[in-house]
Write a protein that binds this ligand. Structure first.
Ligand SMILES: *[C@@H]1O[C@H](CO)[C@@H](O)[C@H](O)[C@H]1NC(C)=O
Ligand SMILES: *[C@@H]1O[C@H](CO)[C@@H](O)[C@H](O)[C@H]1NC(C)=O
Ligand SMILES: [Zn+2]
Length: 542
């Protein structure tokens, strides 16, 4: 029995003749009992028909509570849900038809049976044949084909924007009736198409998947179903003239008639004006909506670690000049490729705590990095598996190595960028001097502490960074004499200090610089990063 009230009768009558489907009628009668929507629509239609034709038993038609659950936890739950209805219901239904014995009643049932093959004027078929086992199987197949790892999934539905226009037209149609009868009906109580679709489909999909929880609210795994209906796309167009402000072109949208914009315009348009431009009830469509390809999306997983770079001809990110690739590989690609394939992700986003130049090595404990993995199909990794992945990366190339590889949260990632300016970094530079030197000539450098530099943006990065003078600190330095023209210089500096420029002076753009201190031309031949003092990510015990 459907939870309908006497006052619903005129609404049902009106919507039936307007060409609404049985489920849309339940929506406009504000039926919030989910099980009512899960009944086969032909049965609902028959019941509605009997209900409005039954004038004798008006008093006892008031609501019968059916079960309403939000989530399907298991196959069993889904099954007990469907076995809710008494098994002999169909029999009961048939007797009640014969009981009525009215020619008129029987005729109406017949009429509605072929009436049901019509596409609903409001939902455009979405709550009709597009909402049932076929669709559930299609969704399930898409999910299975993706071979995702997941515990729960959430369904999302995208409907053509014109559905809002049709819904509004139908609402005005009902409102008129309701007002004439002196009844009250709140638009917010009307059940949304999306809502009803999910109530019906969640359980079906859960069952098809063999008992996976299909949840209503949040899940890291989202399965999206999209419907379009080109036949009625023009339904929205009259709104553009009424509310030009609502429809501003946006960069990445194909049409200005987005659902949001249409809803906004409908809130603004006065009823009279709407009715002048749009039929009420809406016009009968000839075809149902077209379901688009089912999209599966797992939220990003974040992976962090530290990398060493042992090569002086490897850029950190792909090096492309004028559309042409300059180096065959990059740190980012060498690290990302094995991780991407292990997580079976669609893409990645790499970031690190600073970066080194193409000719600079990164030694010691390495440089912290983090990667966002987009739409990972696999997302569960044990400690052992992460270690295995690290080994795969290590063995894939001599140019880089990775340690402390781990899965982190999006929030934890910000630790890497936090207070980056205050962090310290240690370097070793191989320095050349024009003037011959002796051990004693350079030893004074070891005593210099907390030297403040004024660094104008280096010439070599001026094409991508604004011209500015930045103050940076060299906390300490130490030297190791090599020969009369070479020595090693170890520096501990504030992050962001330009080491090369400190050594060669950058035509006086860095002050003071090593040329000034040694009173000769100096140049930098090699540079290594010895440590990046960021305490994130945490070490992974062996
Ligand atoms: C990559 O990360 C940046 C910064 O966190 C973010 O703005 C951007 O949207 C990300 N890109 C993708 C494709 O997720
Ligand atoms: C990978 O290489 C790094 C750096 O040499 C090392 O610390 C780490 O233990 C290696 N990991 C594996 C699993 O091979
Ligand atoms: Zn409908």
């Amino acid at each position: 029995m459907l939870p309908l009230k006497e006052k619903d009768k005129p609404i049902i009558q009106k919507l039936l003749s307007a060409g609404c489907c049985a489920r849309c009628i339940l929506r406009f009668c504000c039926v919030s009992v989910q099980a009512a929507y899960r009944k086969p629509p032909e049965e609902t239609l028959e019941e509605l028909q009997i209900f409005i034709n039954d004038t004798k038993n008006d008093k006892c038609q008031d609501s019968v509570a059916l079960d309403s659950t939000d989530e399907y936890k298991s196959k069993d739950a889904a099954e007990s849900e469907t076995s809710e209805d008494p098994p002999n219901k169909r029999a009961k239904l048939e007797t009640s038809i014969t009981d009525a014995q009215s020619e008129e009643g029987a005729a109406a049932v017949v009429k509605l049976k072929d009436g049901d093959s019509r596409v609903c004027v409001v939902c455009l078929g979405i709550l009709q044949e597009l909402c049932g086992t076929t669709q559930a199987v299609k969704i399930t197949e898409a999910v299975k084909a993706g071979n995702y790892e997941f515990d729960t999934l959430v369904l999302s539905v995208s409907l053509p924007a014109q559905l809002c226009v049709r819904e509004h037209s139908c609402w005005l149609h009902v409102k008129k009736e309701v007002r004439e009868k002196g009844l009250v009906l709140n638009k917010d109580d009307v059940i949304q198409v999306k809502e009803a679709f999910k109530w019906i489909m969640q359980g079906m999909v859960a069952k098809e998947l063999g008992g996976t929880a299909v949840v209503t609210k949040v899940s890291p795994f989202e399965v999206s179903v999209e419907f379009t209906h080109s036949e009625t796309d023009a339904d929205c167009h009259f709104l553009a003239a009424t509310c030009p402000d609502c429809f501003k072109p946006t960069k990445n949208k194909q049409s200005v008639f987005t659902r949001m914009a249409v809803v906004k315009a409908l809130e603004k348009i006065p009823d009279g004006k709407f009715l002048k431009h749009y039929p009420c009830p809406p016009k009968q469509p000839t075809s149902s909506c077209s379901p688009q390809e089912v999209q599966c999306l797992r939220v990003s997983v974040f992976v962090a670690g530290r990398y060493n770079k042992f090569c002086r001809s490897l850029p950190q990110t792909p090096w492309v000049i004028d559309g042409e690739r300059r180096m065959e590989s990059s740190v980012e690609e060498l690290i990302a490729a094995p991780i991407l394939s292990a997580f079976r992700a669609d893409g990645f986003n790499f970031s690190s705590s600073g970066r080194e130049d193409v000719d600079v090595r990164t030694l010691g404990n390495g440089r912290p990095f983090a990667m966002e993995l987009l739409n990972p199909h696999k997302s569960r990794f044990s400690k052992e598996q992460m270690k295995q992945l690290q080994e795969t990366i290590n063995q894939s190339s001599d140019k880089i190595k990775v340690r402390d590889l781990q899965i982190v949260t999006r929030e934890a990632m910000s630790r890497m960028k936090e207070g980056e300016e205050e962090k310290t970094k240690s370097y070793t530079a191989l320095v050349w001097t024009q003037k011959p030197i002796q051990r004693e000539d350079i030893s004074f450098i070891d005593d210099i502490k907390d030297l403040t530099l004024d660094q104008k943006t280096p010439l070599r990065v001026l094409h991508r960074r604004a011209l500015a003078v930045r103050q940076r600190a060299i906390h300490s330095m130490s030297t190791r004499f090599l020969d009369s023209h070479h020595f090693y210089l170890r520096l501990k500096t504030q992050a962001g200090t330009y080491i090369k420029e400190f050594v060669h002076g950058d035509f006086g753009r860095t002050n003071p610089n090593l040329c000034q201190l040694l009173k000769t031309n100096t140049d930098i031949l090699e540079l290594d990063v010895e440590s990046v003092d960021v305490d994130w990510p945490p070490p992974v015990p062996e």
